[in-house]
Design a protein around this ligand. Sequence first.
Ligand code: GLP
Length: 222
Amino acid sequence: MTDKREALSELAAQKLVEQIRKKPNSNLGLPTGRTPVTMYRHIVRLSREFGLDWSEVHCFALDDYLETLEEYSFQKYLEKNLYQHIGISAANTHNPRFNDDYDQLIEKHGGLDLTVLGIGANGHIAFNEPGTPEASYTQCIWLDESSRNSLKGGFPEDSDVPTKAVTMGISTILSSKSIIMLAFGEEKKEILKRAFDNGVDPTIPASFLVLHKNVSILTDCD
Ligand code: GLP
């Protein structure tokens, strides 16, 4: 991990911790993947240092695979990287795989206060693949081949890579009061440029974020 990535991951963690300290019943949209692992490590460390009270916080996974072994699920990823370290009640952790009306559930809790995103190599956010309209909500989707190729490293066999997922939609994400995007590495430089230099482009779902008034892009891509 480069110093800059470490610092940006810690900054994202600090923003999330500040959100909880400012609003103890914060609703958080949480990502998975390689990028946010260090952020979660800092969240756990800061939570211990501050004795953070998670009792009223609700965590909402952005997405999850469908029809895959539980050990490869994003639910397990979040339990391993965050939930089991912060003493949050399972009743306060939510996953679109387990909730039939996820957008309504989010609304019932007062809406997302802070959502952290990564970005896929093809510009997807959560698992909203290229071509997903702005007016999209939590839904089941077929993974693009390019996304499946990016995921191969996480599975024993190529044939184990899921073909389907369930994801918050673009509108679900844009409804969050604040958004942080983490993007590290040369491989994300080009897609970041395409996503944010040319206005909204439905072939690059991340570009819809230009419509949001409170987005922080934390990246080591100069
Ligand atoms: C998956 C996740 C996204 C994540 C992306 C990038 O597609 N659904 O939420 O942003 O992977 O992952 P990584 O951070 O490993 O590049």
